[in-house]
Design a protein. Sequence first.
Length: 368
Amino acid sequence: MKAVVIEDGKAVVKEGVPIPELEEGFVLIKTLAVAGNPTDWAHIDYKVGPQGSILGCDAAGQIVKLGPAVDPKDFSIGDYIYGFIHGSSVRFPSNGAFAEYSAISTVVAYKSPNELKFLGEDVLPAGPVRSLEGAATIPVSLTTAGLVLTYNLGLNLKWEPSTPQRNGPILLWGGATAVGQSLIQLANKLNGFTKIIVVASRKHEKLLKEYGADELFDYHDIDVVEQIKHKYNNISYLVDCVANQNTLQQVYKCAADKQDATVVELTNLTEENVKKENRRQNVTIDRTRLYSIGGHEVPFGGITFPADPEARRAATEFVKFINPKISDGHIHHIPARVYKNGLYDVPRILEDIKIGKNSGEKLVAVLN
């Protein structure tokens, strides 16, 4: 088959790549649409992914084969599904989203009750998941958001409860990122907090407020942290959706002055990455890693993350809970820009993400 692999420090389209074998609980899909994520180029640049491994984490397609221990009552050949794959992993380097065929774990696969078709548009506005292009934007960002709110922040999977689950606001730094847009929708529908405060560019304000954001602060403002702290000095729940050294410092400063606060990071940043003069006893940094839901330890660069059964359980319950809500149109995919040269567009997509051309949208390649 054709696939995008890591070769000499680059993403390269290669032919004659073996179709991945199916482990227990996996299905094989004919990949029809894929989406890029920052982790894809990071696996190359930070030398996390092995040479020759298949890249890509977001895939949508049609089932062509059931693996061992897959119940045909739950998944059948011909079903349209979309799911997360740890592309370019050390453990399973022969599997990734950026390939003509991909193996997806049914434990965390989203299943569409209807046929998903190509829309054929160059730009896809946010909306219900009714197309392959839209479906490809969902797995990484929505599953990550679900883990943050349930596994890290302890929300219950209750749909539109009458009272907020937490007596305080949440701050989402990077509200227009893919994870940020998913978090806003989920925090709103789960009625998790008294207020959803987002930090993003002002140009995204209309969409983010439609999702459920209550207030937006523009990160372009030099004094954005001071603006937030002046109005809110009681934020106990914070998520750094951008997840770099600079944003960690800013998010950390926004945490509550006195009461306990949790900052959730999406990468490996910890308290050690916070400037010493800014560290506080009442602020804890927690991390969520989508790679931990596979049920096995994950070698990642020079680190090996242990298996995390609790994260796997949380992800499984979340996908089962949210899948019908997606099908009913209550959760929307985010805006997408579509590239139409299939896998040959993937290296360009990764470069465009790396230089920030994906503001407020997912970059999708269609393989029709």
